[in-house]
Design a protein. Structure first.
Length: 109
């Protein structure tokens, strides 16, 4: 009896769990949230995945004001860019995007 019980426990221990997960599924935001990762870590993982796959990834800027009036929108964009230029701590949503340009521009100042 003990021998059969020992063989049964050994047989159950060698069975696979069939709980496979591929890389694509393990890096989805839902899986990462269930794994107690922070929102910033999830955002950086999504950016890194987009960069590795050469897919453009644009984050929504919730602080940007868009009314619909072209003059007001252009003026607000100019004022916002001035504040971004003057205050380096302001988040301009360009971190980790790796936008490589071959020519220089006003943003390089």
């Amino acid at each position: 009896m003990k021998r059969n019980l020992l063989l049964g426990i050994l047989a159950l221990a060698t069975l696979p769990a069939f709980a496979s997960m591929d890389v694509k599924e393990s890096t989805t935001p839902e899986t990462l949230r269930n794994g107690n990762y922070s929102e910033e870590c999830i955002r950086l993982i999504q950016l890194n995945k987009a960069y590795a796959n050469a897919v453009p990834y644009k984050e929504p800027d919730y602080n940007r004001v868009k009314i619909g009036n072209k003059v007001f929108d252009t003026t607000s964009d100019v004022v916002r860019n001035i504040f971004i230029y003057l205050d380096p701590s302001y988040d301009d949503h360009k971190f980790f995007t790796r936008d490589i340009r071959m020519n220089t521009g006003f943003e390089d100042l």
